[in-house]
Design a binder for this molecule. Structure first.
Ligand SMILES: CC(C)(COP(=O)(O)OP(=O)(O)OC[C@H]1O[C@@H](n2cnc3c(N)ncnc32)[C@H](O)[C@@H]1OP(=O)(O)O)[C@@H](O)C(=O)NCCC(=O)NCCS
Length: 195
């Protein structure tokens, strides 16, 4: 993926969080994230520990930049709370809002212990604001299982609207969309609002 096709920043800060690249010390937290049955309930189920460790070690060894892939870390302690992806939705997958496909696509996963604190909302808002400051206006999509109530609630809070449903991975998925520029405007409003 060309860096200009997603957020090129490698770090984004918000009030409580730091979005950053993964590093070796994140290994155990990433393993927990990918093997936790509750976290992975709507993402195809928990992965085998050995597979996750192998994949993590391979990614760390190659050291290749992965634009749009972030660890969501606690801004004060640097502890990993989850991950956030702002990539492109492959044309050959179902679920698009443009003819050409390859829309910007948002994804997020938090460790179970980090749910219910507004971290995913804060991280997604920060990433989308940064992207809106860097990229031309365009649609952003988000795909989540219709049964994933927490994810749908978060999508709505972020300002995404449901635009359709389709079947993928043996489950009904809801396709949600928003305009990237909405986050730029929100940014301007946010700066004007006394805090
Ligand atoms: C989807 C997921 C990221 C949502 O996490 P979340 O913590 O519910 O989402 P938010 O960051 O928006 O936090 C909202 C909650 O924090 C609470 N909250 C506490 N402090 C807050 C603050 N300062 N600001 C905002 N919300 C706050 C809200 O009241 C809300 O709680 P509630 O759901 O009990 O009403 C999480 O459930 C998850 O990782 N699921 C597994 C992975 C997954 O399915 N991902 C979707 C793939 S696209």
């Amino acid at each position: 993926m060309s860096p200009s096709r997603t957020l090129s920043a490698t770090e984004v800060r918000s009030e409580r969080l730091l979005l950053r690249r993964a590093h070796a010390a994140d290994r155990e937290a990433i393993v927990e994230l990918m093997t936790d049955p509750e976290v992975q309930a709507h993402l195809g189920g928990p992965r085998p520990r050995g597979d996750v460790e192998k994949q993590f070690d391979t990614v760390m060894a190659t050291g290749a930049p992965r634009p749009g892939n972030f660890v969501i870390a606690d801004g004060a302690t640097d502890r990993l709370l989850g991950t956030l992806m702002l990539g492109r939705r492959a044309r050959d997958l179902p679920g698009h809002v443009t003819e050409d496909g390859e829309e910007l696509e948002l994804g997020y996963v938090l460790r179970r212990g980090a749910w219910g604190a507004g971290y995913a909302f804060e991280a997604a808002t920060a990433a989308l604001r940064a992207a809106a400051g860097e990229l031309p206006d365009q649609p952003v999509v988000l795909v989540t299982q219709t049964a994933n109530e927490r994810s749908l609630a978060l999508a709505a809070r972020l300002g995404f609207r449901p635009v359709g449903t389709f079947e993928e991975w043996g489950a009904e998925q809801t396709l949600c969309a928003a305009d990237l520029s909405a986050f730029r405007l929100q940014h301007a409003e946010w700066r004007r609002t006394p805090r």
